[in-house]
Design a binder for this molecule. Structure first.
Ligand SMILES: Nc1ncnc2c1ncn2[C@@H]1O[C@H](COP(=O)(O)OP(=O)(O)OP(=O)(O)O)[C@@H](O)[C@H]1O
Ligand SMILES: Nc1nc2c(ncn2[C@@H]2O[C@H](COP(=O)(O)O)[C@@H](O)[C@H]2O)c(=O)[nH]1
Length: 193
């Protein structure tokens, strides 16, 4: 039976989830970050198997139909999903596992793992979110527009989550996230329901 802990980090694209996760992992090297599968094309510098498993839509759908994904969703024109096996294995070993995923996937995980800690990262404002997406310089204009349109819906769902962190000052947000995730009251995950 599993007795690790599962944290789900969600928030609109560009809010700084990846930035926070990178810093968190530097401070907590034992934290296991799930590597998702996606049909999105790699960005400059992204490495297959490290940042994502980059797959075709047919490959992705085959994984979903085989039940190999713990959750999956379509986001801004591409599919994203969490490979099930590594998560189940690590939770069974008692490890601390982190998923960085969008809203629909987080909702699915709530059904599968109701004990998971779900944290929503908010931007200080939608204008600042847009500034961050543009300054990241990684997405085409149409993709940025899709992500911003989706951001409005996602932010409206923040109250569904156990905890909310506003990523205004990065250091403060990191300290808050760290306190949430590494407090002694994190609930062990009992297994899939
Ligand atoms: N607190 C902050 N203040 C200012 N800029 C920030 C802050 N946090 C992150 N950023 C910047 O915002 C941009 C988007 O951050 P990041 O890529 O981490 O977002 P994300 O939520 O992981 O996006 P996605 O969901 O699309 O992967 C980056 O250029 C990053 O350096
Ligand atoms: N439901 C899932 N969402 C995921 C997963 N992996 C990443 N994501 C989320 O997708 C968007 C876009 O990511 P990007 O890398 O193209 O900017 C972002 O919100 C990620 O958190 C997943 O496995 N399942």
């Amino acid at each position: 039976m599993a007795n690790g802990t599962l944290t789900v980090l969600t928030g609109p694209s560009g809010v700084g989830k990846g930035t926070l996760v990178k810093l968190l992992r530097e401070r907590h090297p034992d934290l296991y970050l799930s590597v998702s599968a996606t049909t999105r094309s790699p960005r400059d510098g992204e490495v297959d198997g490290q940042d994502y498993f980059f797959v075709s839509r047919d490959q992705f759908m085959a994984m979903a139909e085989a039940g190999d994904l713990l959750e999956w969703a379509e986001f801004a024109g591409n599919c994203y999903g969490t490979p099930r096996q590594p998560i189940v294995e690590r939770l069974a070993r008692g490890e601390q596992v982190l998923l960085e995923i969008e809203l629909e996937g987080a909702r699915q995980v709530k059904t599968t793992f109701p004990e998971a800690l779900r944290v929503f990262v908010l931007p200080p404002s939608l204008d600042e979110l847009e500034r961050r997406l543009r300054s990241r310089g990684q997405d085409a204009e149409a993709a940025i527009e899709r992500r911003l349109a989706r951001a409005r819906e996602e932010v409206a769902a923040a109250d569904e989550f156990d905890q909310q962190v506003v990523n205004d000052d990065l250091d403060k947000a990191l300290i808050q996230l760290e306190a949430i995730m590494f407090s002694p009251i994190a609930t062990p995950v009992a297994g899939e329901s």
